[in-house]
Design a protein around this ligand. Structure first.
Ligand code: KG4
Ligand code: ZN
Length: 333
């Protein structure tokens, strides 16, 4: 392969398209977020998300090609996220990509969204070479991945219940901070005391590399109920800082156990929660102390985007027309 890859990502509520070269240089990376739209419902409404992907996808595709100065006929292959995610949302991106590939005579490459988060670490500048241990923490998934080569990864452990981002989003809603609360908690936590509330750190004493955030969530439910709305309002920053501390403590504890287990000398992260400033600072401190190489993609490449999907597609299997027409989307991993 030599030409750039064009990719579409629509697994949740962001409509994304990007063009990335074989060397991993981003020529364009367009993201149209629907979060304001879903805010009024307090969460992503799958049917609303698919309808808006349908309205936005052509504009986002054209914008990504225009910014890259490329035509669809000139790309090496067309890629799209095919799993996991909201099924209706995935189908919009997948069908659009298949149609573009068929019309332009380009091959098609199906990409796993979580592999995409891993592959954000292979983008320029300063891509990280495998092997490395990668913590993926997003709104839908939390897992430790051992990345031996660029084509895939081995899962060492994942969450038993909620994902880290899901826990942050639910916490934000409980504290009246609105939807997509991870970033709001991140900002508010800077003004609060992370030790103010002794929220539990899940799985801390377990040897397993699995995660669990449901106990932490329940602890917050009880704390908020006991305090009542006025005190919650007064102490929002302390609650946010303490809750975030408990989430980050667990992510760091499991990452450290994963480093011991694998003997990893390189560490990477991905997923929306990797945009968190507390987590980023703690990762830098840990890797500095242990002398480990660390790759943290910029925040915009941690949250959902299509550049990471194009990056993953570079190491996937291009399938010629018409064989890819039968490709389906899958909600699960
Ligand atoms: O990877 P992503 O964009 O979508 C999924 O694949 O799920 O991750 C979204 C998640 C949400 O739960 C959001 O609250 C969280 O990432 N998030 C953050 C931050 N920015 C986004 N969590 C903590 N701190 C942030 N700065
Ligand atoms: Zn994601």
């Amino acid at each position: 392969m030599s030409g750039p890859i064009f990719a579409i990502e629509t697994s949740c509520d962001d409509t994304c398209a990007a063009v990335v070269t074989q060397e991993g240089e981003i020529l364009s990376n367009v993201i149209s977020s629907q979060s304001e739209l879903h805010a009024r419902y307090g969460g992503v409404v799958p049917e609303v998300a698919s309808r808006h992907h349908l309205e936005l996808v052509n504009v986002v595709v054209e914008e990504a090609l225009a910014q890259a100065g490329t035509a669809i006929a000139d790309v090496e292959a067309v890629a799209a996220t095919s799993r996991p995610g909201l099924i209706g949302a995935l189908l919009v991106g997948l069908s659009t990509a298949k149609a573009l590939a068929a019309a332009s005579g380009r091959p098609f490459i199906a990409v796993d969204h979580l592999h995409g988060h891993v592959c954000a670490n292979f983008l320029e500048p300063e891509p990280l070479d495998p092997p490395f241990l990668c913590l993926i923490a997003s709104g839908g998934h939390t897992l430790l991945a051992w990345v031996e080569d660029r084509r895939g990864y081995t899962e060492l452990g994942s969450t038993r219940d909620d994902a880290a981002g899901e826990a942050l989003d639910k916490a934000a809603r409980l504290m009246g901070l609105g939807f997509a609360g991870g970033a709001v908690i991140d900002r508010l936590a800077r003004e609060g005391d992370p030790q103010a509330f002794a929220f539990p750190v899940g799985m801390r004493r377990s040897d397993s590399l699995e995660f669990s955030f449901s106990g932490l969530k329940t602890a917050l439910v009880y704390a908020v109920r006991e305090m009542g709305p006025e005190r919650v309002e007064e102490r929002r920053a302390d609650l946010a800082a303490s809750f975030q501390r408990a989430v980050v403590d667990q992510l760091m504890a499991k990452l450290e156990q994963g480093i011991e287990r694998t003997g990893a000398e390189r560490v990477a992260v991905g997923g929306g929660v990797a945009a968190n400033s507390e987590l980023r600072a703690r990762l830098e401190a840990l890797c500095a102390v242990r002398g480990l190489a660390l790759k943290i993609p910029p925040p915009a490449l941690c949250t959902d985007n299509a550049a990471m999907i194009a990056s993953a597609a570079r190491f996937g299997e291009p399938v010629p027309y018409p064989r890819f027409l039968g490709f389906d989307a899958f909600a699960r991993r």
